[in-house]
Write a protein that binds this ligand. Structure first.
Ligand SMILES: [Mg+2]
Length: 239
């Protein structure tokens, strides 16, 4: 029997591109505010991030919550001078994120199929429910996954609940994803394994550090290296 009974995959920036769209929307937002404030003084991105950090507990992750936080930040930073036309531009930024085509990262289908041939794989993601459902559908990967879970926050509590539902001990589960904060730290804390696959951009909301020498942690450059990383976990003595 395989020591690892189930493998979890993150979705955004692990299976397909995502953060680049948010990054571009943030730059557009700053350009809109540049009509009202001196960008060299205003620290627009810092203000937006501070608003998002507070609002995440109410709105959750994703483009819709981002747009509401942008509207709130814009009204505050312009002393309510922002025009309705510019608020409309901000709403359009969210719509363009929500409707962008799904673009898989290289080698994703092959890597997920290879792992799914050995044991059940599950998709664990957070963000807008509508948006995530559409991306999963459009990706054509849905059938590879035994379960698809869209949660509000990828924390220890939710991972523990999901693993209980799946009937899998944390020590027999590995999570694969691009976020140290959401895909690595909570799973290691529960006693599971984690494989980090960095993406070229990391959301400011996802930045965190992990001890790279942790015995149940591996970092790989691309999903093509995943089967080898999992095999190393299987053959290492239990930590
Ligand atoms: Mg991700």
């Amino acid at each position: 029997m395989k020591a690892l009974q189930m493998i979890g995959f993150d979705a955004d920036d692990t299976l397909w591109h995502s953060e680049g769209y948010f990054d571009a929307a943030h730059a557009e937002f700053e350009a809109v505010l540049g009509r009202y404030v001196d960008l060299s003084q205003a620290a627009v991105q810092d203000r937006l991030l501070a608003t998002e950090r507070v609002n995440i507990r109410l709105f959750g992750y994703g483009a819709k919550g981002m747009a509401l936080s942008m509207v709130e930040t814009a009204i505050a930073m312009t002393d309510a001078r922002i025009s309705a036309a510019d608020i409309h531009r901000i709403v359009e930024l969210a719509k363009s994120i929500l409707s962008h085509p799904v673009e898989l990262l290289p080698g994703v289908r092959e890597a997920v199929s290879a792992v799914a041939g050995d044991r059940p794989v599950v998709l664990i993601t957070k963000g807008d429910l509508f948006h995530q459902e559409r991306k999963i559908e459009e990706s054509g990967l849905g059938d590879l996954f035994h379960r698809i879970e869209i949660v509000t926050e990828k924390d220890e509590r939710n991972y523990a609940r999901l693993l209980r539902e799946f009937g899998v001990e944390p020590a027999r589960f590995a999570m694969v994803g691009n976020s140290i904060k959401s895909d690595v730290i909570p799973v290691l804390a529960l006693g599971g394994y984690a494989v980090h696959v960095p993406y070229r951009l990391t959301s400011a909301l996802e930045r965190a550090e992990v001890d790279a020498a942790h015995p149940r942690f591996a970092a790989i450059a691309a999903l093509a290296e995943l089967p080898t990383a999992l095999a190393r976990f299987e053959h290492a003595p239990p930590p």
